[in-house]
Design a protein around this ligand. Structure first.
Ligand code: TRP
Length: 355
């Protein structure tokens, strides 16, 4: 379940227009997808599925944050192909572009106009406190490098661009992982400064929607599944590769005969993600009875993973085989998004005296 984070309005007066202006619309959910290679099962259960679930009750706007990707990815071929990879990955996982406005950030020039406007309301000190920037400075200090080494202005001002992404579509909730909550709070802070300055609800104040009670998705070695640990199960690997990957999972050295504890086994924890309660109970009983070795347990896991991922993989392959059609879907999304974006920018320009 999602809960929205408490945001404390820090301005010195209450904005009464806010409710009147925005309350009669369906709530809007928005999230940005950073281009990264090799989507994996952790992304699928941790980010993609929850966001698609949320899209059922909200008016959803999901986009590929390709200009954010430019901060770190300077190889054009790599950036180009990861943009398509994540877009196809979300579509293959069930994003319906008829229901969700799905677009590339770079197709909405208004986002960058809004970024410039928001810069005028963003304290430099606020950016100094951003976790990602602080971590980069700390790494430099630990290495004895100059504090600014390797830090570009895109990284430093990242939270402002992200605030523009969010604010431009009048977003109510932003489904994100815990690591992004600070960014949403900064977006709320910045929007609040704008509203406080003009004494009216020019911009909507967003909240983070963080998924509660989600089990950490274990990787092949039992640690959290993460590219940086090199323990991921890729989402679109061919069947044979998927099988080999799962057979590599780390287990203890219990013999075939020994009874096994499903609750401490990452093979079983992963199995749970792909099965219903009946299947889970049946396999747990077999673990506890003894007589099933880890090889067989992994084969059972492969069977259910493959059952779920085969249609996803087939859709992914079909989408990637027709890139012009994929690009068209994203362009159509951008066409729906741009008038909304333009309306927000115009509202702000008018309030600011630039109209
Ligand atoms: N910063 C997010 C991440 O690293 C991606 C992102 C960019 C985003 N713009 C956004 C997320 C707007 C939510 C809303 O995953």
């Amino acid at each position: 379940m999602f809960t929205t984070s408490d945001y404390h309005h820090r301005s010195t007066f209450t904005i009464h227009h806010e409710i009147a202006t925005f309350s009669n619309m369906k709530k809007i959910s928005l999230t940005g997808i950073k281009p990264t290679g090799d989507l994996h099962v952790g992304n699928y259960f941790g980010a993609i599925k929850p966001a698609l679930e949320l899209a059922k009750e909200y008016d959803a706007r999901y986009f590929i944050a390709d200009y954010h990707g430019l901060n770190t990815m300077k190889d054009p071929g790599e950036l180009n192909s990861t943009i398509r990879h994540v877009a196809a990955g979300w579509l293959a996982s069930g994003l319906d572009p008829e229901k969700v406005i799905f677009y590339r950030q770079s197709s909405i020039p208004e986002v960058f106009e809004l970024t410039t406007m928001l810069m005028a309301f963003t304290a430099k000190g606020l950016m100094n406190r951003a976790h990602a920037y602080k971590a980069a400075v700390q790494d430099n200090n630990e290495r004895g490098d100059d504090a600014d080494a390797g830090i570009n202005m895109g990284l430093f001002t990242y939270p402002v661009l992200m605030a523009a992404d969010i604010i431009i579509f009048d977003s109510d909730v932003v489904p994100v992982g815990r690591d992004q909550v600070q960014h949403i709070e900064m977006a709320a802070d910045i929007a609040q400064s704008v509203n406080a300055n003009y004494g009216q609800a020019v911009l909507k104040i967003p909240s983070a929607a963080v998924q509660e009670n989600v089990a950490v998705i274990p990787g092949l070695d039992g640690r959290k599944m993460s590219k940086s640990y090199n323990n991921v199960i890729p989402l679109f690997a061919p069947e044979k590769v998927l099988q080999k990957t799962l057979m590599r999972m780390v287990t203890n050295s219990q013999s075939v005969e020994e009874p096994k504890d499903p609750d401490t086994s990452q093979v079983y924890q992963l199995y749970k993600l792909f099965t219903n309660a009946d299947e889970q109970a049946a396999l747990a009983a077999r673990y506890r009875a003894g007589g099933m070795g880890w090889g067989e347990a992994k084969e059972e896991l492969f069977r259910v993973v493959n059952r779920e991922l085969t249609p996803v993989r087939e859709r992914y392959d079909a989408i990637m085989a027709d890139i012009p059609a994929l690009d068209k879907i994203l362009e159509q999304g951008a066409e729906k998004a741009r008038p909304i974006a333009a309306a927000t920018v115009n509202r702000f320009r008018k309030a600011a005296g630039i109209d």
